[in-house]
Design a protein around this ligand. Structure first.
Ligand code: FES
Length: 274
């Protein structure tokens, strides 16, 4: 397809054609990538006009919640740009970014969004040409993937919303927030932490938190039985039941048991009202 280009901030915009054009959001850190994008414009390297750039002080300011929110709003792709490792203005900021992006990818996978829709790139202030290449390549990749279905598919919408809720749970925030320090400095007793084991722990925690959040999301729309939840979510019923027990203990879900009928579960609205 004919690709529109602009020369960074100085390019002349063409009228949008009737063909689908991907909507891409780029979060760039102030100190390296945004300066790289600026240099790209000044040097007149070209890149597609589909990307909207947002300047953040450090790439680590881009939270999983923000990324999932932007996907929920209908973005087709998200690019995160930061300084090269060891060059972050805030010392270890981008090492934490790497860990956060790994969590985002785990959650995108759970939500059924192709991980290729999210890309992390290190672009320095002197890499204007690299910036142009990265944006062009990424846009072409998104064009191949086609439009995001988040806004047109209700189940996907519920899944992205559940992924967003999961990303904000204390458990995942604490695990991923400490991941880099645990791997680089060891645990509170100064003991080395096994990277593979930690990855396994985060994988399991992510899946559990996502499934619980999805149960709450679906049972908020309409009360459902364990069997129904299992079928809709494609998760074994014994696992659903374990999640339900925990959600009931935490007063997040209530059981309704009409006589002669299978019990159904309904999410308790915040504030305690059902
Ligand atoms: S300031 Fe650029 S990644 Fe932290």
């Amino acid at each position: 397809m004919a690709q529109k280009h602009h020369t960074a901030h100085h390019g002349k915009k063409h009228e949008p054609d009737k063909e689908w054009e991907p909507k891409i959001v780029g979060f760039l850190c102030n100190w390296c990538s945004y300066a790289g994008a600026d240099l790209c414009g000044v040097s007149r390297f070209q890149y597609p006009t589909n990307i909207r750039l947002v300047r953040v002080m450090c790439s680590t300011r881009v939270s999983p919640h923000l990324v999932l929110d932007v996907f929920e709003a209908g973005a087709d792709g998200i690019l995160i740009g930061g300084c090269h490792l060891n060059d972050c203005h805030y010392m270890t900021g981008n090492f934490h970014t790497e860990k956060r992006v790994e969590l985002m990818k785990r959650l995108l996978k759970e939500a059924g969004i192709d991980e290729g829709r999210l890309r992390l790139e290190w672009v320095s202030a002197s890499e204007g040409e690299k910036f142009s290449k990265v944006v062009t390549e990424f846009t072409e990749g998104i064009q191949k993937l086609g439009p995001s279905k988040v806004r047109s598919d209700d189940m996907m919408k519920a899944k992205v919303s559940a992924a967003d809720d999961a990303s904000q749970t204390f458990r995942l925030k604490a695990l991923v927030g400490k991941e880099f320090n645990l791997l680089s400095k060891g645990n509170a007793y100064g003991e080395e932490v096994d990277a593979e084991k930690l990855t396994g722990v985060i994988d399991v925690a992510t899946q559990d938190e996502f499934e619980r959040a999805l149960i709450l999301e679906l049972a908020r729309i309409r009360p459902m039985s364990v069997k129904q939840l299992g079928m809709v979510m494609d998760v074994p019923t014994d696992k659903i039941l374990r999640h339900i027990v925990l959600l009931r203990q935490n007063s997040k879900i209530a059981m309704e048991h009409p006589e002669g009928f299978t019990p159904v579960y309904k999410t308790i609205a915040i504030g305690g009202e059902q």
